[in-house]
Ligand binder design. Structure first.
Ligand code: C2E
Ligand code: MG
Ligand code: MG
Length: 630
């Protein structure tokens, strides 16, 4: 009555998937647990399916009770499989199966009802009957379709409701395909039930999720020895609410130098050996490789990281011997005590990365213990980063203006544009807290352009002549020079607002990381568009005279630190420098003028312009316009 042509090959292919899946390390996360359940129930169902179908075909050869019992097992496993297939969808979506108790009941009831009916079937022939003429369908046989359909539809509903939790199209389509295949299997089974095709369709669905989510190699690094950064994020995100673990980071010192010395292939071989060694000495820990020679190990409270790190350090005194070379590496450690207050995986990872780069720049052997304060600091930075992203995306970076005062007349001659953003409670965040984040995260161009454009709009909308403002200084991050079309974009904005480039001076700080030639080329391109340059923060370290000569600055702004130093302890250096600069044709601005004493001193030594709280703090653009409109 039943045909085995599909179910046997299906079983064999499933075996191959199982062997591959279990031969590699697996991470203890919800999705993986559900996948194991899925594969296990499918395995059980296929075996029982083959056994019970064989019994149905050959019922004359065995006791009827056995035929009956095997059929009972088959239907029980069939119903259980429908439920587990549905739960897997939730495992991938990362939400708990049902949030409310009522919903839990709604989801479980069909399963329980079907199981009870199955249990009663040997007595009342509800789903199937077995008698002296063999196996027959029962009156309620079609329940297997109704029940299967219920869970598949619930699955579709969950995928569409929580689709945002799936990252990217590939994952979304895979989940849809998974459920679509199950649905097709059910329909085909309805019309061709003799061929035991449902198992083949479940196998297809398993292959889809295996390829899309479960392939263990997707989470592995260093040829399958340790977990990778994707796995690390998944692991922390899932355990964020019950983290009472501790975590230790380990960094191979001067990773890039090592790569240069030993070559990429050898270094990878070395890292692979290190990964295997870590697994061996810390079998209970979860070991991740976080790129660039950094390993992160999670262990529960009873792992003694101090002892572990000294054991590892001792091992590193000996070389790592590969087939062709002896590799010497040096390592450093950092530990974090985790508690449940940590808000996101980013906090843990960013703090650990920061700690490891500190460790890398020192040669200390003892692990660096990360304090709660540092975790808190990272959390703050992450919040600022979020506020920054929101402000950039919503075009709500605010323009503040601080007057520049003519030292001779004591009247306003210009202003500096300074940006501000707001936190989620509407509080102001100062640029000192977000400019470096914008630079690091590659959003400085958008931020700079936004402030530049808002400055242009301010110039267009206000009568600057009337205010006595001849120009406005706008800060330009040296990293903005990496943008090749910077000059075109900025002059495009000027044109849009119909503004003379004379009205804007660009303030740049000297940056050691930007190549001299590159800097010169970009400054030249902007100069050709009519922009003038001011050297900001002179005296903060990078300033170098040969660069000064190369770039066409019209003004040098003395940084607040050297202004303060001079006012505290006057000497001849600053006045001499200023007179040299003036001879070279530069104008001089003093920043950070906080009282009349400083103002007098700066005037006396020859500053042309003064800027500081003594005259005014930076003001929101509208307040600035109101204050200085005559
Ligand atoms: P900066 O360009 O050197 O700007 C002067 C900073 O000194 C401003 O800080 C200003 O508020 C502060 N300041 C002015 N007078 C006094 C004073 O009398 N005493 C003291 N203690 N401070 C004074 P702010 O607004 O916090 O900006 C900090 C830095 O952030 C700026 O330094 C600038 O480098 C950067 N920045 C601000 N806005 C932008 C922007 O739109 N783009 C870029 N790339 N950088 C910006
Ligand atoms: Mg500035
Ligand atoms: Mg400055």
């Amino acid at each position: 009555m039943w045909s085995f042509s599909f179910v046997v090959p299906t079983f064999l292919i499933l075996m191959i998937i199982i062997i591959f899946y279990f031969s590699l390390p697996r991470l203890d996360i919800r999705m993986n647990r559900f996948f194991v359940q899925l594969v296990a129930i499918e395995m059980v169902t296929i075996i029982i399916d083959i056994a019970s179908s064989f019994a149905d075909n050959q019922y004359t050869l065995m006791p009827l009770q056995l035929v009956n019992f095997l059929n009972f097992l088959f239907f029980a496993s069939f119903f259980t499989r429908s439920l587990i297939m549905y739960r897997f969808t939730f495992g991938v979506l990362g939400v708990s199966v049902a949030k409310s108790a009522l919903m839990k009941q709604v989801i479980r009831t069909p399963y329980y009802a079907c199981m009870i009916i199955t249990l009663l079937s040997p007595f009342f022939g509800l789903i199937y009957t077995v008698d002296e003429f063999g196996y027959h369908f029962g009156k309620l046989y079609n329940l297997i379709y109704v029940n299967g359909l219920f869970y598949i539809l619930m699955s579709f509903y969950a995928v569409s409701k929580y689709r945002k939790r799936l990252s990217g199209r590939r994952e979304r389509y895979s989940m849809l395909l998974y459920n679509l295949i199950l649905l097709s299997g059910l329909i085909i089974r309805y019309f061709l039930n003799r061929y035991l095709l449902m198992d083949t369709f479940v196998l297809m669905a398993i292959v889809v999720v295996y390829l899309a989510f479960m392939n263990p190699e997707y989470f592995l690094e260093l040829r399958g020895v340790v977990f990778n950064s994707i796995a690390l994020r998944e692991y922390i995100n899932e355990h964020i609410d019950d983290l009472d673990d501790r975590c230790m980071g380990m960094v191979v010192h001067r990773y890039y130098e090592m790569r240069d010395i030993y070559g990429a292939v050898q270094t990878d071989v070395g890292l692979n050996m290190i990964g295997r060694y870590l697994r061996q000495i810390c079998p209970k820990g979860k070991i991740f490789y976080y790129r660039r020679g950094r390993f992160i190990i999670f262990g529960d409270k009873d792992v003694d990281f101090k002892e572990l790190s000294s054991r590892i350090t001792a091992r590193f005194r000996n070389p790592w011997v590969s087939k062709t070379a002896e590799l010497f590496f040096d390592v450093g450690f950092a530990t974090i005590e985790l508690n449940n207050d940590v808000e996101s995986s980013d906090v843990i990872l960013n703090t650990m990365i920061k700690a490891l780069s500190t460790v890398d720049s020192t040669d200390s052997q003892a692990p660096l213990e990360v304090t709660e304060d540092e975790l808190f600091q990272t959390e703050k930075e992450i919040k600022i980063k979020r506020s920054l992203e929101t402000a950039i995306e919503n075009n709500t970076v605010e323009l503040f203006l601080q007057p520049l005062i003519d030292a001779e007349t004591g009247k306003i001659v210009g202003a500096e544009a300074l940006s501000r953003i707001r936190d989620e409670n509407g509080g102001l965040i100062q640029p000192g807290n977000f400019i470096h984040i914008a630079e690091k995260s590659g959003r400085i161009n958008e931020l700079g352009e936004q402030i530049f454009e808002k400055t242009c709009r301010f110039i267009k909308d206000n009568d600057l002549v009337n205010m006595g403002v001849k120009w406005i200084n706008v800060n330009l991050s040296p990293l903005q020079f990496l943008r090749k079309d910077l000059a075109d974009r900025y002059s495009g904005i000027l044109k849009k607002y119909d503004i003379d480039p004379e009205m804007i001076h660009l303030e740049i700080t000297e940056e050691s990381t930007i190549d001299d030639c590159f800097l010169k080329r970009q400054i030249q391109a902007l100069s050709e568009k009519g922009f003038k340059f001011v050297l900001d923060d002179y005296g903060t370290g990078y300033s170098n005279l040969s660069r000064l000569k190369k770039c066409p600055f019209i003004n040098i702004k003395l940084d607040i630190t050297i202004v303060r130093d001079f006012c505290k302890e006057p000497d001849e250096i600053l006045p001499t420098m200023i007179s040299a600069f003036k001879q070279m044709g530069f104008g001089i601005t003093s920043e950070g003028v906080e009282d009349d004493c400083m103002a007098d001193a700066m005037k006396r030594i020859g500053c042309d312009y003064l800027q500081g709280f003594y005259y005014s703090r930076p003001l929101p653009a509208e307040d600035f316009a109101k204050t200085y409109a005559m």
